[in-house]
Write a protein that binds this ligand. Structure first.
Ligand code: ZN
Length: 240
């Protein structure tokens, strides 16, 4: 993988971080610069925790795929999140459903565990991360990660390619209609409609991040539809 560094290997899968990830770290430093060194450190820890969560999410996909005999080439961390590059997507809709759901399921499980830890160690913390008391701020930090996991699970379940929800939708449709290509075409259309709405709302409230995601989703729908069309002569022989 070009312009990326290998961080290490987890469960036999190479983990890379893309060079553009440095831009994110630079942006974090820039944002927190005026608040001092402690704030920069806190934001860095937060960013690293966020990406550890993303890695676990991607491992959820990769390890579920492995159960179906599909290997993962690598996991790459990008500023917008992670990508587990599977050798291929399972063409059995039930397997695709499980592989797609495994990522968000990891976030739901993490949210539940972190929430339990926070609640069992005291009252609901404030969201002030820069508390002088280290235990209080650690609990507040873990409490924030509960919400991070919930948001990640919900965001990834948006029914639009290349989000997991797009694959969930396609798999559910394919289970019903027995045609992978038709299921993909419908799922791609739903994804494009969602991208349009997201893009227009993003332009309206002027949130460039939303516009970027909308573009990303729009292109994802197109490439997924093309990939499925090229596959169509091969019906999934495993059935459903
Ligand atoms: Zn995912």
């Amino acid at each position: 993988m070009r312009a990326s560094w290998r961080l290490g290997r987890i469960a036999g899968i190479d983990l890379y971080v893309h060079a553009t990830f440095l831009l994110l770290l630079a942006w974090v430093v820039f944002q927190e610069y005026s608040r001092g060194l402690a704030a920069i450190g806190g934001a860095m820890v937060y960013t690293v925790a966020l990406f550890a969560i993303v890695v676990m999410h991607e491992l959820g996909h990769a390890l579920t795929a492995r159960r179906f005999g599909i290997l993962t080439r690598d996991i790459i961390l990008l500023p917008i999140g992670g990508v587990a590059r599977l050798e291929r997507m399972p063409r059995n809709p039930r397997q695709e459903l499980l592989v797609a759901l495994a990522g968000p399921a990891v976030n739901v499980a993490l949210a539940a565990v972190l929430y339990a830890v926070v609640r069992l160690t005291g009252s609901t913390p404030s969201t002030d991360l820069y508390n002088i008391d280290i235990i209080t701020s650690t609990r507040a930090f873990l409490y924030q990660l509960v919400f991070v996991n919930i948001v990640l699970a919900l965001f990834n379940l948006l029914p639009a390619f290349p989000m997991d929800g797009g694959r969930v939708l396609r798999a559910l449709l394919a289970l019903r209609m027995q045609s992978y290509a038709r299921a993909t075409a419908i799922a791609a259309r739903v994804g494009r409609a969602l991208a349009l709405v997201l893009g227009m709302v993003g332009l309206y409230v002027w949130n460039p991040f939303w516009v970027l995601i909308a573009l990303f989703v729009w292109m994802g729908a197109g490439s997924e539809a093309r990939a499925a069309r090229s596959l169509e002569p091969v019906r999934h022989p495993e059935g459903a």
